[in-house]
Design a protein around this ligand. Sequence first.
Ligand SMILES: *Cc1c(COP(=O)(O)O)cnc(C)c1O
Length: 472
Amino acid sequence: MKAAAQSELYRLLPSVDEILRFEDVAKRIGADGRSAVTAAARDVLTNLRAEIANGSLDEQRLRFAIDGIGDAIERQLRKELTPSLRPVINAAGVILHTNLGRAPLSRAALEHSREVSVGYSNLEFDLEAGERGKRDIHVNRLFSRLLSSVDREVSTVVVNNNAAAVMLALNSLAEGGEVIVSRGELVEIGGSFRIPDVMSKSQASLCEVGTTNRTRIVDYEKAINERTRLLLRVHRSNFQIVGFTESPSLEELVALGKARGIPVMEDLGSGALFDLREVGIAQEPTIADSLRAGVDIVTYSGDKLLGGPQAGMLSGRKDLVAKIRSNPMFRALRVDKLIYGALEATLLSYVREDYDAIPALRFMRTPLEAIRKRADALARELTKQSSRLAVTVTEARTAIGGGSAPGATIPTFVLAVTFDGFSAHQLADALRRAETPIIVRVEDERVMLDLRTVFPEQDAQLLAALVNLAQQ
Ligand SMILES: *Cc1c(COP(=O)(O)O)cnc(C)c1O
């Protein structure tokens, strides 16, 4: 039989309408809707036409492909209708992993968020007075309480993230004027958050003082002029300056600000409510430390060390916070009831000192021995189930991440895995493509799985994914 010419092959293709009447395709319409199924049918037909055009389908193969159109549509629908945002298992050993959504939310946070958002809530309604209220009050009272070791009244407002908080503070307090910052603090924090750029967008001018490694209080003093509106300190979130260095203490900066009547602001970045000294990390100041030192306004993230939802807080002097709140920009940067719900519940866990309710804090506080036990159990099971896997349990360190100092790490145990016939990178790729993707780090040609950031209930999934790979 003479092979059909290319033009004849096109004629064998069914029309979209015909495809929609195929029994298996018609069934999908009920589940996924006519428009999604029609779009999938068009995509499958487009692919078949392209394959005819490039000569990769002869008549026999085409007939085979047409028989399989129902399945192809099903696959296309699954691809289109599966959310692209998915849960992953973080075995990479960074607690606040910026690429993996930073702080996982507590159950209480999610539950409260759900409760106040599936229906109506009193977000901006004063139930006592029966009139319009302010959304800030729900968390302001809790922040005041948590920061009660500060010997003056502290107000707090919440915006979309810390970048927004910094921008809003600079614009509210220094628009048209100058802000003095040390050259050693003109930082870039991931993505596109660069202090000089944020400053210029906020309509304040940057007045740089000192040098990269050394800035003295007299440098600030000499730079003050009638246009100075703010003295700014920026936490060196993602780097350290070591060696021949000097910078004035917060107390010196505060004393200078007081003497000259200029407010002092600190961008803490991470901003801990929980004292990290409890887990052996000394270099992270808490929000209260900073306010107690006399800083007028601090800004910090909700989803870094605080362990809550993405948000940016501005806490400090009542009159300054009121000024910030009255900036029209505040309205553009404010957050939704979902975030207030999650934040309020997270803060209530702090008020109860129930730190283990907050996953990021629980991971920091998990005793080393508990991690070793889980690692040993997994290693035993993996070795038993596959001879192609070589697993050892070794000591390593988990990074706190999320803009805490690079040196902020705590001890952990990792599973160091090699897999016969696979390079470490191939194994890491395969784990990333698992049904629930597993994110790991590769070191010394081994895949390292840090259990400190893995929820214990995910251990079984880890085991299954590795065993599954080994059996393929
Ligand atoms: C992380 C960080 C920011 C940005 O905070 P987001 O919540 O990511 O917007 C700003 N400043 C510092 C010092 C930071 O560490």
